[in-house]
Design a protein around this ligand. Structure first.
Ligand code: ACO
Ligand code: LMR
Length: 264
């Protein structure tokens, strides 16, 4: 009989051995001829299944909304400084990407984890937020440097509006909004930010679409797929900032002395 040699790698998302590459079993010709979009490709390669149109459109909206937020945020700043140091595209891009983390853009997974845990345990927003405070953990998905009660983040509103219209259930999003109402009673800038909006809404997408088992949802949240949305999206902007600096032939950046407090 046939003896199967042991392999060093197991892969389940794509296959390039045939006449054309397949993503999760879907041939490239189908992807192109049926007019699949980036949201469909993400569904196939990340979630290993085709998702309904309202889900893939939601994914694409997340990508578009998070593609850039101006030159002053951590990621863009790093990419700009790196490009101005004469480094190449990949170096400038990863220098920006490396700032994505718990404070900036990379709070989506933790927001989903904490909102899910609190909602599933029936915690009131008060119990949840005060419990986090006791543990000394800032609520992921809450708070913003420039956005506030009177200057809401339009991106969050757009995501919420889309979900209200297209999602069968928005229970996690509503919970996140109730948490925001409570945190806003404590301070003006403790709004639900774009990470928190995507984190809570993705829980609604996963649980409301009927496309994922409970176990799969737990696995997605545990592994932490969702920061990938911000990483992917913001790469678009970081690449743009790199090209912009090179096009403008900007010289080496040096931070002004006046803007540093030299002290002992
Ligand atoms: N939960 C609870 N309390 C908070 C939170 C929060 N998420 N954020 C701020 N506070 C309170 C705290 O009392 C904080 O005091 P502390 O330093 O003793 O903890 C106080 O507000 C002042 O906080 P600042 O550090 O001045 O707030 P800043 O404007 O620098 O922070 C930030 C903005 C980093 C986004 C913060 O709100 C935070 O850590 N949020 C959680 C992480 C998060 O969601 N990041 C994603 C932001 S959106 C994006 O990057 C695309
Ligand atoms: C972003 O999308 O980069 C932000 O929300 C962070 C910021 O400070 O604007």
């Amino acid at each position: 009989g046939k003896v199967r040699a042991p392999t060093h790698i197991i892969s389940t998302i794509s296959d390039d051995r045939g006449e054309e590459p397949c993503y999760a079993g879907v041939p490239m010709s189908t992807i192109v001829e049926q007019g699949y979009g980036v949201g469909d490709v993400i569904s196939l390669l990340w979630f290993k299944r085709s998702l309904p149109r309202y889900c893939t459109q939601f994914i694409e909206i997340c990508i578009m909304l998070c593609a850039d937020h101006g030159p002053c945020v951590s990621g863009a700043h790093n990419s700009i400084v790196t490009a101005r140091a004469g480094k190449d595209l990949v170096s400038s891009l990863v220098s920006g990407l490396l700032t994505i983390g718990p404070r900036f853009g990379g709070a989506i997974d933790d927001a989903a984890r904490y909102f899910k845990d609190a909602y599933d345990r029936n915690l009131t927003p008060y119990e949840f937020v005060e419990g986090m405070k006791k543990k000394g953990i800032r609520v992921p998905g809450i708070g913003h440097r420039i956005k506030s009660r009177d200057n809401r983040d339009k991106r969050v509103q757009l995501l919420q509006k889309y979900a209200h219209t297209h999602f069968p259930s928005v229970k996690y999003m509503e919970y996140a909004s109730q948490v925001e109402t409570y945190t806003l009673s404590k301070a003006n800038n403790l709004v639900l930010n774009v990470d928190g909006a995507i984190g809570s809404l993705f829980l609604d997408l996963l649980s409301g679409s009927g496309m994922f088992t409970k176990q799969e949802i737990d696995e997605i949240v545990e592994i932490g797929y969702l920061n990938g949305l911000f990483v992917l999206a913001r790469s678009i902007g970081l690449i743009g900032h790199t090209f912009d600096q090179k096009r403008l032939k900007q010289p080496l950046y040096r931070h002004p002395w006046e803007d540093v407090l030299y002290t002992k």
